[in-house]
Design a protein around this ligand. Structure first.
Ligand code: XUL
Length: 525
């Protein structure tokens, strides 16, 4: 008998549904369905899922997510997929975004009539018409106020896992309270995007999962509970507007009658609290035990690290979230990713093939020559005035330049992961530039560990479905290893790149020069 699980990921631009089938023959992806907010829901007037805004404002109408959810279920239903066999649903959402509901919300959810569209019945449930999302950067003042009330950047970071950031939910809530006190007062529940979706599915407001709870500057990262101090520093009466934080896998509720009657789901189907897309991707990328890190080589390069114990970044540049496995994760974003690689490729007049050839022709460690690659402002380390510095060579030397940019990126990631105190044993790599074997070789040589390319279409949606698989497997009463749940999807036996010992030694020596140069550069300001 096969069992079906559903993972949903609500990103900024799209909603993805991924069905996983578990049968005696193994576990596999049965179907993947995606809906693009701008293309498929044009009536909301968003660009890539975000309303046009000024001055750093980035909002999305929450009704868009309601319509998207209905539409994706209608599409799955119309295709005759086995919705009745879904045993559990895991969800994942873009982190930090918040949805503000008034006192009528819960009764409207409970009373939803399956004969009518859900969105039409939920129009009146909001106390704020639009939801600030993670791209919003309008809350610098609130970040300062919260930081001051909590005793400074270091105090906020060690309490909540991150310094106060503009996109984090606490500062966004504070801004709403200050600018619209009456609407704040009539807010009965504040959900995250990641908890709003499962609330729709469950027909009741569901608790906030610790993974995304950690993206609010409101949760005590060590105890995984709301921090009274942080709540107080943010807005009055906030405690009553938030449901308790839950640990992934410790809570579930049956699917709402609406989805049973309208789309034929089984009333026994369980809905799990939703988590953030990053914690969800951690599972989707198979990062479920010590020593595993994931690197996504995209517009920005992002490093995901599994951490067995809670630890926060002393410089407050990386974020620490709770992981679905009951452990922790760190995420570090490097803005000069593909952006910097492309700048070098263009400036050298190369295509990607030519870029790779020059990279392979050079020697690891670049004979001591290196670059500080801030083509744009940088998050890690914090660089506000973009500039590139070259050591021991001139920009005209294309071969050195190409190797220098890739080595700088890898050295910086290694250097700025040291605080985690967990030595990586392997790296799972994904994202556009992961198709480039020569870049992966530099990665393996820099970290001194094997690199495995992972061809996952949507790690966050897969992670959501796998959380549901793990949850259901544990209902038997015995603990089930995460490794057994993720392993069918790792899809690789051999590493894509193995580290070379000599190359690793050369790059380790270069890292010390890099560290020193970076320190001096940052001192200049
Ligand atoms: C993480 C963050 C983004 C969003 C995008 O802190 O802001 O990764 O989760 O979906």
């Amino acid at each position: 008998m096969s069992k079906i699980f559903l993972g949903l990921d609500c990103s900024t631009q799209s909603l993805t549904a991924l069905l996983v089938e578990k049968s005696p023959d193994g576990t596999r992806i049965l179907h993947e369905e995606s809906l693009n907010f701008e293309r498929d829901l044009p009536e909301f007037g968003t660009r890539s899922g975000v309303l046009p805004g000024t001055g750093g404002e980035a909002h999305t109408p929450p009704q868009l997510w309601v319509k998207a959810l209905e539409k994706i279920f209608a599409a799955l239903h119309a295709k005759g997929l086995p919705l009745r066999d879904i045993l559990a649903i895991g969800t994942s959402g873009q982190q930090h975004g918040s949805v503000y509901l008034n006192a009528s919300a819960e009764s409207a959810l409970v009373a939803a009539d399956p004969a009518k569209p859900l969105s039409a019945q939920l129009e009146g449930i909001y106390s704020r018409a639009t939801s600030p999302i993670w791209m919003d950067s309008t809350t610098s003042e609130e970040c300062r106020e919260i930081t001051e009330a909590l005793g400074g950047d270091d105090a906020v970071c060690s309490l909540t896992g991150s310094r106060a950031y503009e996109r984090f939910t606490g500062p966004q809530i504070r801004k709403f309270f200050k600018q619209e006190p009456e609407n704040y007062a009539r807010t009965r529940h504040i959900c995250l995007v990641s908890s709003f979706l499962p609330s729709l599915l469950a027909g009741r407001i569901v608790p906030i999962d610790a993974g995304d709870g950690a993206g609010m500057n409101l949760m005590d990262i060590a105890s995984i509970k709301w921090s009274e101090k942080a709540l107080e520093a943010t807005a009055p009466g906030l405690r009553e507007k938030l449901l308790p934080v839950t640990l992934s896998g410790s809570w579930s509720t049956p699917i709402a009658d609406y989805f049973v009657k309208r789309f034929g789901l089984d009333p026994q189907c369980r809905v799990l609290p939703g988590t953030g897309d990053n914690p969800s991707s951690l599972v989707g990328l198979g990062l479920v035990s010590s020593g595993r890190i994931g690197i996504s080589l995209g517009t920005s390069d992002t490093l995901f690290a599994f951490m067995s114990q809670v630890k926060t970044d002393p410089l407050g540049q990386s974020h620490v979230f709770a992981s679905p496995t009951g452990n922790y994760m760190a995420i570090s974003v490097y803005k000069n990713g593909s952006l910097a690689r492309e700048a070098v490729r263009n400036q050298c007049g190369l295509d990607w093939k030519g870029f790779s050839e020059l990279l392979e022709a050079g020697s690891p460690g670049n004979a001591g020559r290196f670059m500080l690659p801030y083509f744009d402002t940088e998050i890690i380390p914090r660089v506000q005035r973009p500039r590139v510095r070259r050591f021991g060579y001139a920009v005209e030397d294309k071969a050195v330049e190409v190797r220098a940019v890739v080595e700088a990126q890898m050295l910086s990631m290694r250097l700025h992961s040291e605080w985690m105190g967990e030595k990586p044993a392997r790296i799972h790599v994904t994202g556009g530039a992961s198709a480039n074997d020569s870049i992966l070789q530099v990665m393996a040589d820099t970290f001194g560990v094997p690199v495995f390319r992972q061809e996952t279409a949507n790690a966050a949606a897969l992670g959501a479905a796998l959380r549901a698989v793990h949850f259901e497997a544990e209902q038997g009463g015995k603990p089930v290893s995460w490794e057994s749940v993720v392993s069918p999807f790792l899809g690789f036996d051999a590493a894509t790149a193995e580290p070379d010992r000599e190359a690793h030694l050369a790059l380790t020596a270069l890292m010390e020069k890099y560290r020193q140069a970076e320190r001096e550069f940052l001192r200049e300001g």
